[in-house]
Design a protein around this ligand. Structure first.
Ligand SMILES: NC(=O)c1ccc[n+]([C@@H]2O[C@H](COP(=O)([O-])OP(=O)(O)OC[C@H]3O[C@@H](n4cnc5c(N)ncnc54)[C@H](OP(=O)(O)O)[C@@H]3O)[C@@H](O)[C@H]2O)c1
Length: 151
């Protein structure tokens, strides 16, 4: 199964200003919808609270601090699933990621929630594709393959 982290990030690597900050600044929602449609999406409890609309057509799995990521993934019967933040949840699933889809936005927060909160190991990535998310604005989604272990 492909386990794909998907995120909108600032030019300085943040995904939010603080833990309850809804992502109102991203310009890749149409791509997020297209790419995740029909597949399970895993997110942390803080992120779930920031989302006001149902993500139709996708099963949402909300994870908590005591959840065992390996077990959650083993219970998913799909060709792929998405890890959709926040920073703590991305770190929880980091050892299992097969891909990272990162859309870099022309904004700097200076501080906030990083893509990975407290990640202690390095991930080694290989660029496999760049998608022009907003033509003419230079907003690109970089699709990487992770060299970390796969399920
Ligand atoms: N830009 C993007 O693409 C994007 C995507 C997703 C999210 N976000 C943003 O990310 C932010 C949320 O990120 P987040 O990292 O705060 O939250 P999160 O990963 O969404 O959820 C927090 C997770 O960490 C656990 N946790 C909370 N406190 C903990 C602690 N002290 N020790 C260990 N685990 C703990 C929670 O478990 P419990 O439920 O047990 O507390 C939950 O599983 C929001 O502002 C959201 O908008 C941005």
């Amino acid at each position: 199964m492909d386990i794909i982290l998907i995120a909108a990030i600032t030019a300085d690597g943040f995904i939010a200003r603080h833990e309850n900050d809804p992502v109102t600044w991203s310009e890749d929602l149409h791509v997020f919808k297209e790419q995740t449609m029909g597949f399970p999406i895993i997110m942390g409890s803080n992120t779930a609270k920031t989302i006001d609309k149902e993500l139709e057509g996708r099963k949402i799995i909300v994870v908590h601090r005591d959840d065992e990521p390996k077990m959650i993934l083993e219970n998913i019967k799909a060709k792929k699933c998405f890890i959709a933040g926040g920073g703590r949840t991305n770190t929880m699933f980091a050892p299992f990621l097969t891909h990272l889809y990162l859309t870099i936005h022309p904004i700097v927060f200076g501080k906030g929630i990083p893509l990975f909160t407290g990640l202690e190991e390095q991930l080694f990535l290989e660029l496999i594709k760049a998608v022009d998310v907003v033509p003419g604005k230079g907003i690109i989604q970089y699709q990487y393959k992770s060299q970390k272990k796969k399920m």
